[in-house]
Design a protein around this ligand. Sequence first.
Ligand SMILES: Nc1nc2c(ncn2[C@@H]2O[C@H](COP(=O)(O)OP(=O)(O)O)[C@@H](O)[C@H]2O)c(=O)[nH]1
Ligand SMILES: [Mg+2]
Length: 357
Amino acid sequence: MGLPLSGKTTIFNALTRSKLETSSYSAARFSFSTAIIDVLDPRVDTLSALFNPRKTIYAKIQFSDISGVAGGQASRGTGLDTQLLNAASKCDALLLVVRGFESDQVPAGDGGVNPQRDYDILLQELIFSDLVIVEHRIERIEEGIQRAKTADKPNLEHELALMQRISDALTEGSTVADIELTDEEAVFLRSFQFLTAKPLMTVVNANEGAPTDIELGWASGHRAAAALVLQGELEAEIAQLPPDEVADFLASYEIPEPGLNRLVRMCYDLLGQLSFFTVGEDEVRAWTVERGAPALEAARTIHSDLARGFIRAEVTSYADMIACKTMAEARRLGKLRLEGRDYIVQDGDIVHVRFSI
Ligand SMILES: Nc1nc2c(ncn2[C@@H]2O[C@H](COP(=O)(O)OP(=O)(O)O)[C@@H](O)[C@H]2O)c(=O)[nH]1
Ligand SMILES: [Mg+2]
């Protein structure tokens, strides 16, 4: 999401190889498009070359292009459109696109191009929309406390204190993610789907040739927040190239890798996720779990039966697998470990679950 004409659709096209129409005049109305991409992890290709499976399946990320933040909704007290809030609240992370490019064709509005200002406006909108939810909840709890039986009051008062703490933090410009919460509080708050509880990624959409390695401290001052610069239009062009022309194109612009790759790594980092792999003749496949997830959780990601009947996980690190080339050799050299349900899965692990139901 982002302000009109920041290049949301351009970035979306770059990320998803889509060809949605971009426009040089402002459409501040709600619109929504979505696309799913394969995470082109070179480790999957390497494993696929080793095992020569019938199917190769990459991890997937779904991106949505959500427009409709005009800027100033919060200060006018109107807040974001309900459809927009619904669409955004379903996402695991928010990607804020801010304009960093100059252009004679695309009006920049009052004050010209200013990424930090636009970021502040967007964050204010998100904070305001969470504040509306909290204030509404506080009213409901206060009504409830007046009517409640004595036995129910402590619970309601407990929740009221939590909501007031959130309200105070948001009023001071913090995000929900910034607030120290107990696990119990965090679980309780999930159903409210606060936007500022989500990881926030800021993309500064810059012109071709703009430096991409600059410090963006202003966009990473909150917990679970990070920022990067993408050359949106150029990246959208790269996304439309035939795969065998990409390397030459990147070299001619002195870009080490498509910005999409950097962004995908940022997604994994901020969401605290990692990939593990399953391999075989039938299928080589990447799976996604949260960092710190035990083998049992990895098994459940593959299939609930594998978790239900979990016996052991056979685990080989990615590096060992590449060195050994076959499962038989990994086994012979003792690189295939038997792990229990509590084993913490590592990024790149090749996992085979033994189970019985
Ligand atoms: N010069 C330049 N123009 C861009 C860049 N990114 C987007 N644009 C143009 O800015 C306008 C708005 O882009 P669009 O992606 O439709 O913005 P959205 O309203 O946020 O979805 C379009 O005319 C784009 O071609 C960029 O990096 N450089
Ligand atoms: Mg658009």
